[in-house]
Design a protein around this ligand. Structure first.
Ligand code: 0CH
Ligand code: SF4
Length: 310
C-alpha cells in the first residue's frame, strides 16, 4: 500500500498558540488551571493537558473564584467574559487571533448600522462566541435555504461574516444567495475562512486526485476536520474521519493501492503516525508526502505568558 500525506496538514498557528498558552500557564502558575471548553477539539491534546493538571469545564460556575482560567481557541461571547470578571477569575484568552478578527469585523459592521449575518454551523462554540461578541442584530445562516428563509426586506443594509473553518465552496454558494437577495450587501468574500482551513482544503482536493481512499485524522466534533472529509466524499473518494489508529476499520482500505492521509488543524502529527502504524499492521506500507505549501504563520502569546519563567 502506498500512503500519501497531504501538505499542509495538522496543527495551525492558532492551535499551536492555544496549546502553548495552557502549557505555559501550567508551568507558570502550577496546577490546576481551568480551561473553558476543550482547548482545541482533540481528545489526545485534551488528555495530555489534563494529565498535567488542566481541568476542562463547560461552564465558569465550575471554576473556583480567582482561579487561572483559559478560554479555548474557538472564542467566547462577551457574556462569558463578563461572567469571568464577576467571578474574579484570572483569564488567559486563547481565542485564535483570526477568530478575534472576525469578532472585530462583525462589531464594525453592526456599528455602521448593518444587520450582521453570520454564516456558520448552529451550536458550534465559535458561532456562539462570535454571535455573542457583536451588539445588535446577528442572524445565523447555515446554507442557501436559510438565506431564502430570512425575514428581512430586500433593501436592508446587510453585512456578512463567516466561521473560520467552513467549506470554501459551500460558503461561496451561500454568499451568492445573499447577493441575490440583498443589493446592499458587504462582506469579506471567503477571507474570514482562515489561511489554515483554506490551505488544508486545497491540499486535500489535490490529494484526492492521487488516491483511492482518504483518511482524515481529526475529532468528530472538529468542524475543520469534517470539512476535509466532505471534500474527499465530494471528490468521489471513499473518505473517513478517525481520531487515531484504533478507529481504523480494515474494510475502509481493503483493496486500496493508494491511501491519502490528512489531518485537521487540531490533530497532532503523532495521531497521523498512529494511523500509519495501524495501516502497517495490515501489510507493507510505503509513505510519501505530496509537494505542497510550507506554512510559516506564528501568533504571539498573551504578554503575561511571553518569555519563559526563570
Ligand atoms: O474546527 P473547529 O472550529 O471545530 O475547531 P478545532 O478542531 O478545535 O480546530 C481548531 C480551530 C479553532 C477555531 O478556529
Ligand atoms: Fe485560527 Fe484558523 Fe487555526 Fe482556527 S483553524 S485556530 S482560525 S488558524
Amino acid at each position: 500500500m502506498h500512503v500519501i500525506l497531504a501538505q499542509p496538514r495538522g496543527f495551525c498557528a492558532g492551535v499551536v498558540r492555544a496549546i502553548e498558552i495552557v502549557d505555559r500557564a501550567l508551568e507558570r502558575y502550577g496546577a490546576p488551571v481551568y480551561v473553558r471548553h476543550e482547548i482545541v477539539h482533540n481528545k489526545a491534546v485534551v488528555g495530555g493537558l489534563r494529565a498535567r493538571g488542566a481541568v476542562f469545564v463547560e461552564a465558569l460556575a465550575e471554576v473556583p473564584p480567582q482561579a487561572v482560567t483559559i478560554f479555548s481557541a474557538h472564542g467566547v461571547a462577551r457574556a462569558v467574559e463578563a461572567d469571568a470578571r464577576a467571578r474574579d477569575l484570572r483569564v488567559l484568552n486563547a481565542t485564535c487571533p483570526l477568530v478575534a478578527k472576525v469578532h472585530i469585523q462583525g462589531r464594525l459592521y453592526a456599528a455602521a448600522g448593518r444587520v450582521v449575518i453570520l454564516i456558520g454551523h448552529a451550536g458550534h462554540p465559535e458561532v456562539e462566541g462570535t454571535m455573542g461578541q457583536i451588539d445588535g442584530r446577528v442572524l445565523l445562516v447555515q446554507d442557501e435555504a436559510d438565506v431564502d428563509a430570512l425575514d428581512l426586506p430586500a433593501a436592508t443594509p446587510v453585512a456578512y461574516i463567516t466561521q473560520t473553518t467552513l467549506s470554501v465552496d459551500d460558503t461561496r454558494a451561500v454568499i451568492a444567495a445573499l447577493q441575490r437577495r440583498f443589493p446592499d450587501l458587504v462582506g469579506p468574500d471567503v477571507r474570514d475562512i482562515c489561511y489554515a482551513t483554506q490551505n488544508r482544503q486545497r491540499a486535500v482536493r489535490e490529494l484526492c486526485r492521487q488516491v483511492d481512499v482518504l483518511l482524515v485524522v481529526g475529532a468528530a466534533n472538529s468542524s475543520n476536520s469534517n470539512r476535509l472529509r466532505e471534500i474527499g466524499s465530494e471528490s468521489g473518494i471513499r473518505s473517513h474521519l478517525l481520531a487515531d489508529g484504533s478507529e481504523l476499520d480494515p474494510a475502509w482500505v481493503a483493496g486500496a493501492a493508494t491511501v491519502g492521509i490528512t489531518a485537521g488543524a487540531s490533530a497532532p502529527e503523532a495521531m497521523v503516525e498512529h494511523v500509519i502504524a495501524a495501516l502497517r499492521a495490515l501489510g507493507p506500507v510505503e509513505v510519501s508526502a505530496m509537494d505542497g505549501l510550507e506554512e510559516h504563520v506564528e501568533f504571539k502569546l498573551p504578554p503575561e505568558l511571553a518569555g519563559r519563567a526563570a
